[in-house]
Design a protein around this ligand. Structure first.
Ligand SMILES: [Fe+2]
Length: 438
């Protein structure tokens, strides 16, 4: 029997068939491993659905109305299908291949470092600048991101480094302009296998929870709502140079729900005692990727993540403030500790980040507050909302319910930042600002 004819597209079935193949010809075995490798890395690791690569023919028809309007206005062709996932020959199969991506230092300019600390060019052009909490989250009103000059972009980078996340509503932003902004702030991350708006649009990642849920079998439901991006996490911490300014532009937003929460890890560090800070300063941890790959030496041993080591306490190059660099989803273990010790300490740090509401901002993406009497929503027209956060100094989490994922669609551009360093001379945010701790 030809190997291909006995293979199911379900990775679990393949594993079982491989287990029974110990006496087969090595070339047949290799072919089976290749087949397994071509399936496993696509989409979510637990997905049992057959993956589609290339253009998705079915989902283009399900794109929300305002997303279509944005794409039509700015020249994104969806007639070929949507979204686009790189073909299997372009996707790393083995973990060493995925680890080799951007595995060496490359130049990075911290744009906020030399910005005017008063941000006169940015604030002077805005109609209003509103701080949403004392230290986390600022909304800029009356300014189009697409119109910012370089001086304003530098000042915005500093504002994001200070305030963790900055919001712009009522935006008309082309994917091209979103990409261009990202390129100004750093090397734009190109994911080897994430859905994108087309093959010519490397660096623009599709964030479409409904697609992720149904197409990739994420399994998000009302009774199981902590899946994917509705768990506390930071993006792309397995990169050699981790994500800095991360820009999510929602071009379709449900009428109500789907708020996102950001928690400041500057603040989380400041919640700790001086003795505990001393214990953590200088320690490192291992961080893992969201996607899984095969172990080349033993493809049957189960999926493996890309892993990288970073300091747990890092210093932000623009503000000079110390921050905690851990998150529940992607931090695996503290180097040098026993597994139980590491788990105990990490769980405590996660609880500080997740449970202190004074470190957090909760943001409604809607252009107008839901329920406003003055809302005249006859026909929906495209005006998007952008959130730009510094992924180094935040954990985030989306409040998803079964209702809020329908009709939600966005594009994300991530600027990769520094390699991550700890400066023993640097201060915490509250110490630097002269604020009390007790
Ligand atoms: Fe995220």
């Amino acid at each position: 029997m030809a190997p291909t004819s006995i293979i199911s597209s379900n990775p679990e079935d393949i594993k079982h068939s491989l287990k029974g193949q110990s006496k087969t010809d090595p070339s047949e075995f290799n072919e089976l491993v290749e087949k397994l490798a071509s399936i496993k890395p696509v989409g979510w690791a637990k997905s049992k659905r057959e993956p589609i690569t290339g253009f998705d023919p079915e989902w283009a028809n399900r794109l929300p109305e305002t997303t279509r309007e944005r794409f039509a206005k700015h020249g994104v062709d969806i007639t070929r299908g949507y979204p686009y996932i790189p073909t299997t020959d372009k996707i790393p199969k083995f973990v060493d291949e995925a680890h080799a991506i951007r595995n060496e230092e490359y130049p990075f300019i911290e744009r906020g470092k030399n910005a005017d600390p008063e941000k006169k060019a940015l604030f002077g052009a805005a109609k209003d600048v509103v701080h949403l909490t004392p230290h986390v989250g600022t909304e800029i009103i009356g300014l189009q991101l697409a119109d910012l000059n370089d001086k304003q972009k530098d000042e915005l980078a500093l504002l994001i480094a200070e305030r963790v996340v900055v919001f712009f509503k009522d935006q008309d932003l082309s994917p091209q302009k979103q990409l261009e902004l990202g390129q100004y702030w750093g090397q734009v991350e190109v994911h080897p296998q994430a859905a994108r708006i087309g093959p010519e649009w490397d660096g623009i990642t599709v964030i479409w929870q409904e697609y992720q849920n149904e197409r990739n079998g994420l399994g998000l439901s009302f009774q199981n709502s902590r899946k994917g991006n509705s768990q506390w996490h930071s993006d792309l911490v397995h990169e050699f140079q981790t994500a800095g300014i991360t820009h999510l532009h929602q071009d379709s937003i449900p009428d109500v729900g789907g708020e996102t929460i950001w928690s400041s890890t500057y603040g989380a560090y400041d919640k700790l005692s001086d003795e505990f800070k001393k214990f953590l300063d200088g320690k490192t941890a291992i961080y893992k990727s969201a996607h899984h790959y095969l172990d080349r030496e033993n493809p049957l041993r189960g999926p493996k993540n890309v892993e990288r080591e970073h300091p747990i306490v890092r210093t932000h190059p623009a503000t000079g403030w110390k921050y905690l660099f851990v998150n529940r989803s992607m931090t695996d273990r503290i180097v040098g500790l026993l597994p139980d010790e590491s788990a105990l300490i990490l769980n405590y740090l996660y609880s500080v980040i997740e449970n202190n509401r004074d470190l957090q901002v909760t943001f409604n993406w809607q252009r107008e507050l839901p329920g406003l009497k003055s809302k005249t929503d006859g026909k929906k027209t495209y005006r998007g909302t952008s959130a730009l956060w510094d992924n180094r100094i935040a954990n985030h989490n989306v409040i998803h319910s079964d209702e809020s994922i329908h009709g939600r669609h966005g594009t994300r551009v991530t600027s990769l930042a520094d390699t991550g360093y700890y400066d023993p001379e640097s201060k915490s945010q509250r110490t630097a600002l002269g604020l009390r701790l007790d």
